[in-house]
Structure formats: structure tokens, C-alpha cells
Ligand binder design. Structure first.
Ligand SMILES: Cc1cc2nc3c(=O)[nH]c(=O)nc-3n(C[C@H](O)[C@H](O)[C@H](O)COP(=O)(O)OP(=O)(O)OC[C@H]3O[C@@H](n4cnc5c(N)ncnc54)[C@H](O)[C@@H]3O)c2cc1C
Length: 424
């Protein structure tokens, strides 16, 4: 198959890698020059790292940090409320829970997609903006007017996707949650020099520091533990629905202190050392019932943008890639007709839509606030599966799932039925 992927973010690059490994020719159209990748960290949870490891992802080269423990504590006292040991995750979940610097993750995905390895290297066309999708013709139009056809079009163009109009028939704007997140990185050496802060520095430790009014400060290391990443979620009435999701707005130390003034004095000392602080308005989009039309499919944030509370946004994009790779692995005798491709996309929706929709809903609350999302989440969970109630239960639910196994089972059933006609 010839595949066009629109967008070279984590979703697009992972899908390109997975589809290349399945034997397809992949071309990515990316509107930026890749120079805009913003420095911040992201969780690579075991449900995603398990897939990347199978695909040869080099965690050392990408300077990933394996989580050792995950702690919840009040920001004011720092007295531990919950302490989950993550060091055994490789034996429990088949892979570690990693923390990555976004640039490192992106660079390693790009190396795997374009370098030597199974299948043909992915071609990446930078400064190539897609201005139109034509699902019925299975084509895209670039801003220079050129039209490109493929057997499969994957829209991995992020939360502001324009492909969603083709799939749903109308725009589905993200709405305000009334919250925003501060984001900043501080070199570990800077913190280690402060004798009050140094004892709190711990390799592989994730800390969620909580307070009333939905405030929380999430702190974890990345880049071989040389950099500490902070995400400060807070109520922010300026985050009205008129704001566009933007990861790159500036904020100040005074903004941090206004929101976290009652936190422990050591945390205040840390906040005072922050530089290059960004403010990210947290917008929410309801799950959408379908991600495909014809041979066009949405993945990643284009299909299921989510808030950072579960740390699953990147992981869900990688699960999409895992499912695509598995479901589009064809036996030699299979002819890749238009009907066959649409059938495989239908299978993709069976595997992905409910799983990612549940994660979207889970992500509207902290792992200690399950009651807030219980009713809405239920409808996306398989029968007999309960909504998790604690951080440990969320981890089991989120990390224990294996999308490759699931996709294999769904594809196996379909093939055993002789590739029966499916409802498209
Ligand atoms: C700067 C940044 C910081 C983030 N930080 C966090 C975080 O801390 N925690 C978290 O959980 N999630 C975070 N996210 C979200 C998380 O990274 C995503 O959920 C996940 O990586 C999947 O992203 P994606 O590839 O679907 O979309 P994106 O990362 O948004 O990538 C979309 C890509 O498509 C390209 N594109 C868009 N439109 C077009 C077009 N018309 N033509 C061609 N190319 C196009 C864009 O340039 C971009 O490269 C962040 C995202 C960004 C961009």
C-alpha cells in the first residue's frame, strides 16, 4: 500500500514506523520544519513503551528515565498519601513506565522511521501543509496546489485537525475546562546546588502534589535524570472557550507563586528557580463516535485529544500506531482492494474508539478523583470492567492493556470468518 500521513508529531511518526514495518510505503507531509518541537517532557507509559520496544526503540539513545515510584502528597506538607512502586513494572506490564524529553522521543522515532530496518524508509516532506482532504478520492491537497493520492490517508494533524470535517461532517471545537497548566523545565544541577531542595531530588520519581481547587503540581525527571519537568495544573478563569489550545504561551514566576503560594517552602524555592515558563490552557473535546471515512482515518490528538491528568495522550497515539501496524499486516495472498482497506479501518475502530474514548473521559480528572468521571466513563468500558477508583487501579487499567494482542485477536476473528463483509 502507499500511505500518506499528515503530521509528523508523535502520532504521525509512530504510525509511519508501524506501517513501514507492516511493509507499506509511507510518506509524511509535515507543515513545519521540525524545528518547532517544544522542549518539555511527556510520559511514555508501559502500554506504549511495550510497542516501541518491540519496534527497536533505543531507550538509552533517547535518554528515557524509567519510573521507580509514583507518589501523591499534599503540596503543603509533602507527606506521602500514596506511594506506588514502579520498579517492578517490566515484569508486571512487560515494559517500564518511562519519562521522555519530547525532543528526544521525537528524534528517536524519526531515526527509526527513516533509517535502515524492516520495510522501506519513510519519506518525510517538511514545510508541506495539507490544505484539503478528499476522503472520497483518498487524496490530499498541499498549499502549493499539488494533489497526492494514496491507498490510505492517515490524518495525524493534531487537536486542530481539519480532517475531522470530512469524517464527522462538521467542526468539533474543543471547549474550556476552566483550567490551565504551567509547564517548565529546570536542570537537575541547578536544584542539586540548593541544600534544601537536593534531598527531594530522586532519580525516576514522579510526584503529584495536590491541593484544593483542583490545583496540582506534577514533577518528574527526564533526559537521563539531568532535567526536572514540572506541570502545574490550576483553575484559570482566563481559560475561556475563546482560547485556542496552545502549548507555547509565556507565564512568570509570579504567576506560579500566585497559584502555589501555600505549597511547602521547599517547593516555593523550586518555583522561584523556574525560567521559560509556559502556560497551556486545558481544553476538552468530547469523544467522537467514528474516526474514519472511506480510506481516511484520524489518529492521535486529531481523533482523541485529552487532558494531561492520566499522562496518556502520547501513549494513546502510540496505541493507534500499534493497532494500524497489526491490522494492516496483510497475508501474501491478500489483495489490498478499496473494500479490504475499508474493512481493516472498520476493525481499527473496533479496537481503538472505546479504549481511547474511555481514556479521554478518565483524563478529565485526577487519578484520585474517579467519582468525577465515573458515570461518563462507564459507557466506553467493556462489560464487566469497572471504572478504576485509585491511582493503582488506574495504572492497572491503563498500563495492563495490550493493543497488539487486542488487534491480533480482532483481525484473527475477521480472517477466520473469511474477511466477512463489515458494516462500513
Ligand atoms: C508542544 C506540545 C507539548 C505537549 N505536551 C504534552 C504534555 O506535557 N503531556 C501530554 O500528555 N501531552 C502533551 N502534548 C500532547 C501530546 O504530545 C499529544 O497528545 C501526542 O503526542 C499526540 O500528538 P499528535 O502527534 O497527535 O499531535 P501533535 O503533536 O499536535 O502533532 C501534529 C503534527 O501535525 C502537523 N500538522 C498540523 N496540521 C498540519 C497540516 N495541515 N499539514 C501538515 N502538517 C500538519 C503539526 O505541525 C504537528 O507536527 C503536547 C503536544 C505538543 C504539540
Amino acid at each position: 500500500m502507499n500511505v500518506i500521513i499528515v503530521g509528523g508529531g508523535i502520532a504521525g511518526l509512530s504510525a509511519a514506523l508501524g506501517l513501514r514495518r507492516a511493509g507499506h510505503h509511507v510518506r509524511i507531509f509535515e507543515r513545519s520544519s521540525f524545528l518547532r518541537e517544544v522542549g518539555a517532557a511527556i510520559n511514555v507509559c508501559p502500554n506504549a513503551s511495550r510497542i516501541l520496544l518491540q519496534w527497536g526503540f533505543d531507550t538509552k539513545r533517547a535518554r528515557l528515565v524509567a519510573a521507580r515510584r509514583s507518589v501523591v502528597a499534599p503540596g503543603s506538607s509533602l507527606k506521602t498519601l500514596v506511594d506506588v512502586d514502579c520498579s517492578q513494572f517490566p515484569s508486571v506490564y512487560g515494559a517500564s513506565f518511562f519519562f521522555a524529553h519530547r525532543v528526544d522521543l521525537h528524534t528517536e522515532l524519526q531515526r527509526l522511521a527513516t533509517g535502515s530496518g524492516p520495510g522501506s524508509p519513510v519519506e518525510i516532506s517538511l514545510r508541506s501543509e495539507v490544505v484539503n482532504y478528499a476522503a472520497d478520492q483518498s487524496s490530499v491537497t498541499l498549499s502549493d496546489g499539488s494533489v497526492h493520492h494514496a491507498d490510505l490517508i492517515v490524518a495525524a494533524d493534531g487537536v486542530h485537525t481539519t480532517a475531522i470535517h470530512q469524517v464527522i461532517g462538521h467542526a468539533v471545537p474543543a471547549v474550556s475546562t476552566g483550567s490551565a497548566a504551567f509547564r517548565f523545565l529546570i536542570p537537575s544541577d541547578v536544584l542539586r546546588k540548593d541544600s534544601d531542595i537536593a534531598p527531594l531530588l530522586e532519580d525516576g520519581a514522579l510526584r503529584v502534589l495536590v491541593a484544593e481547587d483542583r490545583r496540582r503540581l506534577v514533577w518528574y525527571p527526564c533526559a537521563d535524570n539531568t532535567v526536572q519537568n514540572f506541570v502545574g495544573i490550576h483553575t484559570d478563569l482566563a481559560s475561556d472557550g475563546a482560547e485556542k489550545e496552545d502549548w507555547d504561551r509565556d507565564a512568570t514566576v509570579d504567576d506560579l507563586l500566585t497559584h502555589y503560594h501555600d505549597f511547602h517552602p521547599t517547593i516555593i524555592r523550586i518555583l522561584k528557580k523556574a525560567t521559560s515558563i509556559k502556560r497551556w490552557p486545558l481544553l476538552y473535546r468530547d469523544p467522537i463516535p467514528t474516526w474514519t471515512r472511506g480510506r481516511l482515518v484520524l489518529i492521535g490528538d486529531a481523533a482523541h485529544p485529552m487532558l494531561p491528568h492520566q499522562g496518556q495522550a502520547g501513549a494513546q497515539a502510540i496505541e493507534d500506531a500499534g493497532a494500524l501496524s497489526e491490522l494492516f499486516t496483510f497475508a501474501e495472498q491478500t489483495s489490498t482492494t478499496q473494500q479490504e482497506i475499508q474493512s481493516r479501518l472498520w476493525l481499527f475502530e473496533q479496537v481503538r474508539v472505546n479504549r481511547a474514548s474511555a481514556m479521554q473521559v478518565f483524563s478529565n480528572a485526577g487519578q484520585d478523583e474517579s467519582w468525577k468521571i465515573k458515570e461518563q466513563a462507564k459507557k466506553y468500558l467493556p462489560e464487566g470492567v469497572e471504572v478504576p477508583r485509585s491511582p493503582a487501579e488506574f495504572m492497572r487499567h491503563n498500563f495492563g492493556y495490550d493493543v497488539i494482542d487486542d488487534a491480533r485477536e480482532v483481525l484473527g476473528g475477521y480472517l477466520r470468518r473469511g474477511g466477512e463483509e463489515v458494516d462500513i
